[in-house]
Ligand binder design. Structure first.
Ligand code: CA
Length: 225
C-alpha cells in the first residue's frame, strides 16, 4: 500500500517511514502543506497520515484542501493537541480517524490496518489456491506452514491476491512498494516477482504468478506451463 505521511518533525517522520516500510507500506513523507499538495497531485495514495501542526498551513485547512482536490483515501490525523474540539473538527473536516501524540507505533499501525480494511472484505484473511495470507499479521502460509517472504515480496503478493485472477500492471506494483526516493526502476519488480514465484513454488502454494508481456502480472491457480 502507498502511504503519505505529512509531518514536519523530521526525526519522527523518518522513524515512521522506516517502521511502515517494515510493515510492507511504501510511505512518502511531506514536511509541509505545499509538499503534501504536490505529492497528492501526482500520486494516488491508499492512506494519508496528517500531523495537524504544520509550519506553513493549519492541518485542518490542508485536510479541507486535499478533500476539495479529490483526495478519496482515508486520512488519519495526528495531533499533539489532545483536545476534543480539535478532534471533532478534524473528523467533521474529512478525517477518518485520529491519534493523539505521543502514540505507540503499534497503535498507529493497527489504526492504519483498520482504515485500509474499510471497503475490503471484513476478514483479514485472503486465500487463493492453497495459499493463505493474513493481512493483519502479514503472514503468508500454506497448510499452516508460513512462507519466508521479504516485506516487498509480501506487498506484491498482497496486491496480486486482492486482485487475484485480474491483471496488475508492473507500474502499479512499483508504485505500491517504492517511494520516490527509492533508487530503483521498474525492472526490480521482475526480480521480486521471480523470487516470490520461486518461494510460492517451493511451498507448493498451488498458485502461479503469470507474466503477461506488456500488461503485467496475474495470480492464477494451478501449474505453470
Ligand atoms: Ca508538527
Amino acid at each position: 500500500m502507498r502511504l503519505l505521511l505529512i509531518e514536519d518533525d523530521a526525526e519522527l517522520a523518518n522513524g515512521l517511514v522506516h517502521a511502515l516500510a517494515q510493515s510492507g507500506h511504501a510511505c512518502d513523507a511531506a514536511a509541509n502543506g505545499q509538499a503534501a499538495l504536490s505529492a497528492c497531485a501526482v500520486t494516488a495514495y491508499d492512506l494519508v497520515v496528517l500531523d495537524l501542526g504544520l509550519p506553513d498551513v493549519d492541518g485542518q485547512d490542508l485536510l479541507r484542501q486535499l478533500r476539495e482536490r479529490g483526495l478519496a483515501a482515508p486520512v488519519l490525523i495526528l495531533t499533539a493537541r489532545d483536545d476534543v474540539h480539535e478532534r471533532i473538527r478534524g473528523l467533521d473536516g474529512g478525517a477518518d480517524d485520529y491519534l493523539a501524540k505521543p502514540f505507540a507505533l503499534g497503535e498507529l499501525e493497527a489504526r492504519i490496518r483498520a482504515l485500509l480494511r474499510r471497503g475490503q472484505p471484513s476478514s483479514t484473511q485472503l486465500a487463493f489456491g492453497r495459499l493463505q495470507f493474513d493481512t493483519a499479521t502479514r503472514c503468508a502460509s500454506v497448510g499452516g506452514e508460513s512462507i519466508d517472504l521479504t516485506a516487498r515480496e509480501l506487498a506484491i503478493l498482497e496486491l496480486l491476491l486482492r486482485r487475484a485472477g485480474r491483471v496488475v500492471g508492473k507500474q502499479q506494483l512499483f508504485d505500491a512498494i517504492y517511494t520516490w526516493e527509492a533508487d530503483a526502476n521498474l525492472s526490480v519488480i521482475e526480480v521480486h516477482v521471480s523470487r516470490l514465484r520461486r518461494k510460492l513454488e517451493t511451498a507448493s502454494a498451488g498458485v502461479v504468478v503469470r507474466m503477461l508481456r506488456g500488461l503485467g502480472y496475474r495470480l492464477e491457480t494451478g501449474r505453470d506451463d
